[in-house]
Design a protein around this ligand. Structure first.
Ligand code: CAA
Length: 288
């Protein structure tokens, strides 16, 4: 059983989720190595994290000195082989089962410490599928963060039939004691707790707009003013990314075969058109 405190973290993927996870780990005083598949994506990921840290400073959540220290703890690589010495790895790449299973297979070969934890930030893919891509499914666990990661305090912890109890304890301690997150536990069912509830709501809002029931603006206004949600469902879908919403819906539909999880045609057309939401500059709303 591993007792050493986690100090060397690896994050696979420097997009909005991976970047947020890397930022939170660096702010929590761990040494963070971030993998992206190209130098250009490393540069883009680093800029995104710096912008978020700047926002943290301007909103009074961290000092200039804490920002500098966090930046000094972040390194980037396009060689997954550099993850050999990592004690805790969080994978946060695109929501694609084939891509994720290949990464878990690679991590399994590269990360040398048999006690190292291999976690996935998948929003909906059953963790067992990722565990079975490795030689030791006991060290694989789901650790699902929420966007924006530096702001939202929740982590869903998802153990499989194979996850070792020690790995589960280490992941919970890491999320709570090191990163300062609140933890809820979910069974290994597609969507886990949050997306199993949230995604049908987002899809219902899209169907409502699609059928002419109400406008985008009025659906969002209704939920913000009528239910005190911080943002309406269509703005939230834009924030999550419409490709990600579709991928989560596909996974849950495959798992449960319930029509409420089926992505509506308007979502499919918007994804095909590249209108993926905030990150693409256009979704249900335009973004500068
Ligand atoms: N570091 C630290 N704090 C930061 C920060 C950063 N980089 N950026 C912003 N903050 C803080 C701000 O200081 C502010 O704190 P206070 O409330 O204490 O003042 C707070 O975060 C809100 O920031 P802003 O005032 O700049 O922005 P806002 O009020 O417009 O809120 C929002 C923006 C946080 C996104 C809010 O609208 C919100 O919470 N929306 C819902 C988001 C949500 O539901 N996310 C989950 C999506 S589902 C998911 O992620 C999982 C999945 O699998 C799909």
């Amino acid at each position: 059983m591993a007792t050493e405190k986690v100090s060397r973290v690896g994050v696979v993927g420097a997009g909005q989720m991976g970047g947020g996870i890397a930022e939170v780990c660096a702010r929590a005083h761990t040494d963070v190595l971030v993998y992206e598949s190209s130098r250009e994506l490393c540069v883009a990921g680093r800029s995104r994290i710096l912008r978020s840290l700047d926002r943290g400073v301007s909103s009074g959540k961290l000092t200039e000195r804490e920002r500098e220290q966090a930046v000094s703890r972040l390194r980037f690589t396009s060689d997954i082989g550099d993850f050999a010495d990592r004690q805790f790895v969080v994978e946060a790449v695109v929501e694609d089962e084939a891509v994720k299973t290949r990464i878990f297979s690679d991590l399994d070969k590269v990360v040398a410490d048999p006690d190292a934890v291999l976690a996935s930030n998948t929003s909906s893919i059953p963790i067992m599928k990722l565990g079975m891509a490795t030689q030791d499914a006991g060290r694989v666990i789901g650790m699902h963060f929420f966007n924006p990661v530096p702001v939202l305090p929740l982590v869903e912890l998802v153990t499989t039939l194979m996850t070792s109890p020690d790995v589960s304890t280490r992941a919970e301690d890491f999320a709570h004691d090191v990163l300062g997150k609140q933890v809820v536990k979910s069974a290994d069912r597609s969507g886990f707790v949050v997306n199993a509830l949230l995604v049908p709501y987002l899809l219902s809002a899209i169907r409502m707009v699609e059928s002419g029931f109400a406008t985008v603006e009025d659906v969002d206004k209704a939920m913000v003013l009528g239910c005190a949600h911080p943002m309406g469902p269509l703005k939230l879908a834009d924030l999550v990314g419409l490709d990600t919403v579709k991928a989560i819906a596909d996974s849950m539909y495959e798992e449960f075969k319930e029509p409420l999880f089926a992505p509506p045609p308007q979502l499919l057309r918007m994804v095909e058109a590249g209108r993926l939401g905030k990150k693409a500059g256009r979704g249900f709303y335009p973004y500068a």
